[in-house]
Design a binder for this molecule. Structure first.
Ligand code: EPU
Length: 418
């Protein structure tokens, strides 16, 4: 298993290009199942989850051609060869459940392994399943698999009990081919949902309101091929903003949509970080002194849970106490104990973390427990005295494209140990 070895104390300076959004590219690839024509997706991030999605879609009958040098993927599914997302792929990547809606809409059948819990929480998919039932599917659980079947799906009014990102995407995709109108209320408003709606509209779907809490979909008989550019990854961008901020650096991010990062930008300004945002670009100027600021994670446009771990690393360097409330997942503080091993002063109290700064962090061997926790440890390592070894880097490789190369290009001393 690869590890990262990071020597702290370097100030990050220069420019970094932000890759396409993993959490948009994954549902976009699943959307290829909705048509027999070709989808060309641009700005695909070269991360391991995308390769897992490729494996899954190939099993289902997709022809998938990657062009890593251009960050594009061409996909065509002339015929669905299998309706099953097997356990070994779903357990590797929960986002595999995104094939449920498209398979059901195109073939009237889907068999998808039930994802188990993961490092950040139980993460049930009951709201996806309830929605498919509302659209007329029968859904049962057999041998650890969700088995769903229907004639043609029928439009319905669905009010989500709580906001779910992939749940909204799964049902929106399914509803594009349903008979009649579907209205999704209390939908996720994340930019990735709006991005998938843009792709589906290019494919001929009739969708209004994506990016707001009410999405209306008028089903059509079939969808066609399309070309679509994936939006920039706002979580990768936010991670670099925090890395620049804590290292007293001056870092310019290109290929970003600053509007997608409003809550992160606002929070960083509260801590004394200066930022300039213009179209497609953000520059962060890390101050000598950071001020503490409390944080509660919320659905978009609130502060993303996917940025909470990175913010905690920053909070260890702020002069005073920051309260961090994790409001989306029940167990997303695994990074706290590793940060404490590096010298952070953090007390956990249920869904709340109390971080007392500023602490001197010292390099240590730490273990990454999930994707964003790993990013938090890398950020802490960048300011720690001495060397940090971050183990289980495969978590990072699932969702950050060439993180160590990008960091090294702006001055970090970081290397991968094979
Ligand atoms: N929930 C339910 N029932 C459901 C669905 C969700 O109770 O049927 C709960 C979840 O357990 C959680 C909350 O609702 O407490 C929100 O979960 P959501 O469904 O929105 O999460 P997700 O769609 O599984 C996506 C991202 C995650 C990100 C969350 C929240 C993708 C592929 N994944 O997951 O990304 O943390 O939304 O914003 O889009 C990551 O990239 O590191 C990552 C974990």
């Amino acid at each position: 298993m690869d590890k990262l070895r990071i020597q702290g104390g370097k100030c990050l300076q220069g420019a970094v290009r932000i890759s396409g959004a993993k959490n948009s590219a994954l549902p976009a690839m699943a959307a290829s199942l909705l048509t027999s024509e070709e989808l060309l997706l641009e700005n695909i991030p070269l991360v391991n989850d995308i390769y897992t999605a490729r494996r899954l879609l190939r099993e289902l009958g997709a022809q998938v051609e990657f062009d890593p040098s251009n960050h594009t993927v061409r996909m065509r599914v002339p015929k669905i060869e299998s309706i099953e997302a097997p356990y070994d792929l779903v357990k590797t990547m929960r986002a595999s459940v995104l094939v449920l809606g498209p398979l059901l809409a195109r073939t009237g059948k889907a068999r998808v392994s039930m994802p188990g819990g993961c490092a950040i929480g139980a993460r049930p998919i009951n709201l996806h399943l309830k929605g498919f039932e509302k659209l007329g599917a029968t859904v049962k659980m057999e041998h650890g698999y969700v088995e769903a079947a229907c004639e043609r799906l029928r439009g319905a009014n669905i009010v989500f009990d709580r906001i779910t990102v992939t749940g909204t995407e799964n049902l929106m995709m399914a509803a594009t081919l349903a008979e009649g109108r579907t209205v999704l209320e209390n939908s996720a408003m994340e930019p990735e949902v709006a991005d998938i709606a843009d792709l589906l509209i290019r494919m001929g779907a009739r969708i209004e309101g994506a990016g707001t809490s009410t999405i209306t979909i008028d089903g059509v008989r079939e969808l066609k091929g399309a070309t679509h550019r994936i939006i920039p990854d706002r979580i990768e961008a936010g991670t670099f903003l925090i890395a620049g901020a804590v290292t007293e650096g001056e870092l310019t991010l290109t290929d970003v949509v600053p509007g997608h990062l409003s809550s992160v930008i606002e929070k960083l300004r509260e801590t004394g970080v200066a930022l300039d945002a213009e179209t497609g670009k953000i520059t962060v100027y890390g101050p000598h002194d950071l001020s503490p600021s409390d944080l509660t994670t919320r659905e978009y446009p609130g502060f993303a849970t996917d940025m909470q771990a990175q913010y905690m690393a920053l909070a260890t360097q702020a002069n005073g106490i920051s309260l961090i409330n994790e409001n989306i997942f029940e167990n997303r503080f695994m990074h706290a104990s590793e940060l404490m091993r590096m010298g952070a002063n953090i007390r956990l109290d249920g869904p709340r973390a109390i971080v007392a700064g500023k602490t001197r962090l010292t390099g240590a061997s730490v273990i990454a427990s999930d994707l964003r926790a790993s990013a938090s440890l890398v950020i802490a390592a960048l300011v720690a005295d001495g060397y940090t070894i971050v183990d289980r880097v495969y978590h990072l490789d699932r969702g950050y494209e060439k993180l160590e190369d990008k960091l090294r290009s702006v001055g970090a001393q970081i290397e991968r140990l094979k």
